[in-house]
Design a protein. Sequence first.
Length: 441
Amino acid sequence: MALTFRGGLHIDDHKSATNTVPIKKLEGCEIHTYPLQQHIGAPLEATVAVGDTVKVGQKIADTQAFVSAPVHSSVSGTVKAVEPRLHTSGAMVTAVVIENDGKYEVCEKISPKGDYKNYTPEQLVGFIREAGIVGMGGAGFPTHVKLSPPKEKKITHVIVNGAECEPYLTSDHRKMLENPDEVLLGLKTVMHIFGLKEGYVGIETNKPDAIESMKAEAAKSGDIHIVPLKTKYPQGAEKQLINAVSGKVVPAGGLPADVGCVVINVDTAVSIGNIFTTGMPLISRIVTVSGDCVAQPCNYEVLTGTPVSYVFDAAGGFIKEPRKVLAGGPMMGTALFSLDVPIIKTSSGILALSKSTENFDEDMVCIRCGKCVNLCPMRLMPLYINKYARENNVEMAEKYNVMDCIECGVCSYLCPGKQHPVQNIRLMKQIIAEKRRARKE
């Protein structure tokens, strides 16, 4: 029986346009732009200067801060600028701009590490940090930090998140189907770090071919459990996935490590495995290109730093004018006001949607139907949190546990009053986070 969690809902997944399309490698373009903020944590400083020659896999930005992840060049060429450039978040972020020479010369320091079993947990975590690996499901939390919990928090479950519950996105699906061995190599490495004999991969039942592919690969070693999950949004949210797979409940304000769990994304697992097979740091990722405006929806392996416009052009361009372009999925993605932004470590997909697929009505009145309360996967009361967020009432928003909201978008999706609670809640969380930082300082 497929496992699941309380709350959430089934929505049209819109995956048929790309879930049968094999992954293709996309060649780099003339100019690649690398923002120095591609993760949650401290910003980086460039380790190269204008005029420097760089090679594939060479580190171009880093910092001494623990909660950070270095950035590496995905092409060989010449550094043309280190200056503020537009980020997918909409902000201007310092970036390293490299002109691609088309030679793709690999940095001399790049070499495969071999068998992960030959290394200590501390060495493995160090390799992951140096490879610049982050959570590639969208959050961008540095993976080496996640794999370094306090000693008193004993990890009992390592779970690969293969749910991919966001509509349209199929990059994880295709990777599990085409290269299950790469996914499991990363999982086994993390299991080795924590001294675990068993690991888990959670996959929604709308991906039966991926489930069978992963089961066949897992059977070779017998220590990996492939867990079918009910197709329901947001099944891939970290806390909901943990609850479905292990039965454990992450406490309010808590982290997965508090209940002995670590969750990694499919692409994150693959990137960890690459350390031992190719030695290459995180310089590319699988990106789903879809939406009703895209001529040829597809899944590309894209080099980081590639402009979004270049990726859309490779997919045949637009067959009609998009009303909205998103980085990520339609439930939790970020709307782009320019295509002149680069693919970064957390770019799981880019979508071009027409007006017919969107609801652009202005906020109406909350009719207190209770749907958002009944289906909230975090068991919150979104109608009240939204009310206090709109009123800028920080005290009451905190009282209703606004910081526990995972911003999944379920409340916004199903609201008959056409409210936009996630947008308001996200702004309130930013205000609260800034006030907490100010108190610490």
